[in-house]
Design a protein around this ligand. Structure first.
Ligand SMILES: Nc1nc(=O)c2c([nH]1)NC[C@@H]1CN(c3ccc(C(=O)N[C@@H](CCC(=O)O)C(=O)O)cc3)CN21
Ligand SMILES: CC(C)C(=O)C(=O)O
Ligand SMILES: [Mg+2]
Length: 276
């Protein structure tokens, strides 16, 4: 049932321990989303460190209004496509809405993503009740990327895609959640739409690397949705953290290389891409 992709086991990929080493050496982690082999191959050749098969695919690929309709088999299918295009980058697969609601569901979904999808890590949103799933996976050798701040799968409860952690109490909760997910075994943490100063404090105080999107310049890495990097408008108002790199890059390869260079040098993001 679980047919591992041979490409995955034979390539020399970026590893989980290497991510932590990059943080220690202050080498920034450049990350993009991908949904198919051709873009994955291009990104890999342009020096992208981490490729995420995001559940943003529900919006940018499938045309839904949110990420909620995405299924485990959608992510497994797109991960397998992306995995065939990668030689060096680490592949993360996003866990769909409710696929990690209990540890039992989480281990089945995550196993499909690693064994069939060829991913090396899974990402899930939240802390609190989800800490059990994070611990359950990491103790069973499934590397986990946590995701805090604006968690798009919470859109119904949040009432929209809004910056999180602006109030003092919410900021303290976010800092505590960041430590809780690391203590539960997460190897990486995505911080989405949180004030730059708070993301900097979380990044400083954690041993695991942080990857920001709308979280200011002081995270250990940065991620963007591929379509946003290329200026493909998904019908929404452009969030503050989005930068069209095709304008300066001149070509798809050029745009991806410009993004990698800007992240590595610290030129992207600037204050204008973040929130106070
Ligand atoms: N193309 C695309 N890019 C993404 O980054 C993305 C997706 N799709 N789909 C899933 C989620 C949704 N995301 C979003 C969507 C909108 C905003 C947004 O408009 N933010 C406001 C915040 C306003 C405020 O609270 O101050 C902004 O103006 O940036 C943020 C993240 C991030 N993810
Ligand atoms: C924007 C990133 C972090 C994501 O979760 C996605 O693409 O689904
Ligand atoms: Mg996602």
């Amino acid at each position: 049932m679980y047919a591992a992709t041979d490409t995955k086991t034979t390539r020399t990929a970026l590893t989980v321990p290497k991510l932590r080493q990059m943080k220690a050496e202050r080498q920034r982690i450049a990350s993009l989303t991908a949904y198919d082999a051709s873009f994955a191959r291009t990104m890999d050749a342009c020096g992208i460190d981490v490729v995420l098969v995001g559940d943003s695919l529900g919006m940018v690929v499938q045309g839904h209004a949110s990420t909620l309709p995405v299924t485990v088999s959608d992510i497994v299918y797109h991960s397998a496509c992306v995995a065939r295009g990668l030689k060096s980058a680490l592949l993360i697969a996003d866990m769909p809405f409710q696929s990690y609601a209990t540890p039992d569901r989480a281990i089945d979904a995550a196993t499909a993503m690693l064994a069939e999808g060829g991913a090396s890590m899974v990402k899930l949103e939240g802390a609190g009740a989800l800490l059990d799933s994070i611990r359950f996976l990491s103790e069973r050798d499934v590397p986990v990327c946590a995701h805090l701040g604006l968690t798009p799968q919470s859109v119904l409860r949040l009432g929209g895609y809004k910056v999180q952690g602006r109030e003092e109490a919410a900021a303290e909760k976010l800092l505590a959640d960041a430590h809780a997910v690391a203590d539960a075994g997460a190897d990486l943490l995505v911080l989405e739409c949180v004030p730059s100063a708070l993301a900097a404090e979380i990044t400083r105080s954690l041993a695991i690397p942080t990857i920001g999107i709308g979280a200011g310049p002081d995270c250990d890495g940065q991620i963007l949705v591929l379509h946003d990097l290329l200026g493909i408008n998904s019908g929404h108002r452009r969030p503050r953290f989005v930068k069209n790199f095709l304008e300066q890059g001149g070509s798809i390869d050029g745009a991806i290389r410009a993004f990698v260079d800007a992240v590595k040098s610290g030129a992207f993001p600037t204050a204008e891409h973040g929130y106070d």
